[in-house]
Write a protein that binds this ligand. Structure first.
Ligand SMILES: [Zn+2]
Length: 192
């Protein structure tokens, strides 16, 4: 099968001699070329649908110096726990997270007496946990990497959602029953 040109991963050559891959997003509305570096290390070029391939390549290459310096800054930034982790980490830690969630749910539920259906451990980049109206509780496997008091905050938070499906004052007073310092823990959680 012949190599298709559009299958090539576009790369830019950096001043240090290395090459770096980027993604191209073709957008109908886009008027100009725009290069963005994301905190997770992705470099993305937004381009109009009609822009020629050679123009894109030349544009990105002309920004090689900027890409090189920005990449160094992004690499040096501490990554939040939520933004870190690979599929391998998930598979390695899923069971541990599941045991942790089950044990702490049981522990705190002695004070509440709620009931739930299923507890699932997920690999998500944007949230620590969730709770469905059907009583299914989900936790991010990364709870296993948190200090215990922050993992407890997340577990009790979802536990209380089984009873209060919102963040009303009633919800917070439920949480306060077992985690009186929930405000401080919530602040700390934003920093990890
Ligand atoms: Zn909530």
């Amino acid at each position: 099968m012949p190599l298709r040109k559009d299958r090539r991963i576009p790369t830019v050559y950096l001043p240090d001699g290395n090459s770096f891959a980027y993604a191209v997003r073709r957008r109908h509305g886009a008027r100009a070329l725009r290069l963005q570096f994301f905190a997770d290390g992705r470099l993305v070029l937004s381009a109009p649908k009609t822009a020629r391939e050679s123009v894109l390549i030349a544009f990105v290459q002309s920004r090689a110096e900027w890409i090189y310096h920005t990449k160094q800054k992004v690499d040096a930034m501490p990554k939040s726990i939520l933004a870190s982790g690979t599929r391998t980490d998930f598979l390695a830690v899923r069971e541990e997270a599941s045991v942790l969630a089950a044990a702490r749910l049981e522990h705190f539920n002695r004070s509440y007496g709620f009931s739930w259906n299923r507890v699932t451990i997920r690999d998500q980049k944007s949230r620590w946990g969730s709770c469905s109206k059907k009583g299914n509780v989900n936790f991010n496997y990364r709870i296993a990497f948190l200090p215990p008091e922050l993992a407890d905050y997340i577990i009790v938070h979802e536990l209380c959602h089984l009873e209060e499906f919102n963040h009303s004052p009633k919800f917070w007073s439920l949480m306060g029953k077992t985690i009186p310092d929930y405000r401080e823990r919530r602040k700390k959680l934003k920093l990890v």
